[in-house]
Design a protein around this ligand. Sequence first.
Ligand code: TTP
Ligand code: CA
Ligand code: CA
Length: 578
Amino acid sequence: MPPLQRGALPPVVGFIDMDCFYVAVERARDPRLLGKPCAVVQYPTGQRGRPDLRPEDDRWRTGGPMGGIIAVSYEARARGVTRQMSGAEAKKVCPEVILVQVPTAFGKADLQIYKDAGDAVVDLLASRCDATEKRSVDEVAIDITGAAEHLLASRAAAELGAAASAATHLADSALSVDAAKVTRSSARQGHDKQQSRDTSELADGWEEVLRRAASDPVAWRLIAGAVVVKELRQQVESTLGFTCSGGVATNKVLAKQEDSAGKDLRICRASNSSLGCGLHKPNQQTLLLPHAAPVLLKDLPLDRLPGLGGDFGQAVKSRFGVQSAGELLQVPRPDVLKQFPQRGEWLLALAAGDDSAAEAVKDRQLVKSLSNGKTFFGEKRLRSLEEVDYWLGELTGELHRRYLQQVEKHQRTPSTLQVSLTLDQKEHLTRQQPIQLGSQGTPEQILQTAKACARRAGAVSGVISLGLSLSNMIPLEASSASLSKFFGRKSEGAASKEKGEKPQEKAKAKPKEANLLGACFARAAAAQRASSDQQKAPEVDEGVLAELPLNIQQEILRELGQEPKLKKLRCDVVEIDA
Ligand code: TTP
Ligand code: CA
Ligand code: CA
């Protein structure tokens, strides 16, 4: 594997689009819909006085007034049902189609269940990505550079190559190019080029890609990125029950574009706009290596590139008499720069699919937890605690890196570690434990706590999935690392009083734990001050203390010179055996 030169290399960007999303959400709520041709229909407008339909009400529609179809299962697509149809038209082409109406509230569609499901997907992805940018109700751009680099450092190249090639289409493979010729509408209905890649045989083009990647670190990182996307997609499916399609590339310009009408084209960089994500959907993923970009961009209409859908795009087209990105690249560079001195460079980079024209994935998500997991199907399932320990070690490295990022970027640290195991019989075990990493926690600390959790799960033979997560994020200042500051000669409360500040001002907009902790400190510090004359140990408010994570409770008591009386304290850790 070529050496990595961090910093000089472009990021690894993924793109996720959920499959027939509203249908998938309905299926997760009602398993009777699984595997059946079904569609979600809008509520009938103009019907005043109709009672609202709650998500849990019977929303199946067999006739009567109905809105148009907004989401179609792939089974129904294969039988000719499309989004534009009315419910009645759908019944005509596919009599067995099940039509589910969207919930309504206050006389209009209530899309909350779909929004919540989309948010759950973002939350889950965010737990393993460097940045997570929600692009629509069912689409997310993700920066997976760190996760990809971790895989490169921790797994053998042959293993990564095999995992990526078994699960991933190449955007410029003969199959992709062939599938690109399928019209957009038939792509959406499912077609014979839409075959899924879930086989160990090396697919079209992969042998050459793996050979060339041996001397190409950018390609290697993207290949590792394809493995990350595959694992994330598996995790979304096993945790939330939704399948999705994915793309991997070095930037998001082509990972997602708007067409001239501003309508979502659902483009993975992995499958350009003339292809659409429908090229390798549902439940599939595509990798676009840099050498494939020019091929895919060649015939791309210019107005489908971001920023070129309006007047500026028109001006470019008429100035040079070009229609596509490929044609623009044929115009001599000095001519482009002369005509467009301000934006010429960007324009050419954009048409070439160059990373410099793309914005970074914007991290809009403050994660609730950091997690990492792996599945072990069939013969690969884990049969002993030693094997579980080994894989916990593997999962720890990446998690530790992401924890350090949270410390650095957001000054927060996790306070709970959780290990989850799915056993052969689909039995799911979860064990949690407090963890005190502060700002300088080590991988060893995470691993030891994880091993302790795994041991509490009892017999663990036949593990088919193993997950490790860090959650209950608390501000660093509330973590143990700074406890001693609070309990030093001058408490923060006392110090801010001297400066004339109100102690509460500092606590503004902090999470519950931090405020509780603040209250706890204030009382403890006041008790300490009041008692110092009498040389008495300070007291702490047990009610406030009990609201805090267990590790912090213990730390506070130690700082106060009191032995933690664990029996008295409420433990915030819940064990769930589902
Ligand atoms: P899409 O991602 O466009 O489609 P989809 O997820 O249903 O199917 P695919 O597998 O091809 O990606 O839209 C996501 C959801 O947004 C869709 O399930 C329903 C909703 N939606 C509408 O309500 N109206 C619309 O016009 C479109 C395009 C989507
Ligand atoms: Ca979708
Ligand atoms: Ca979409």
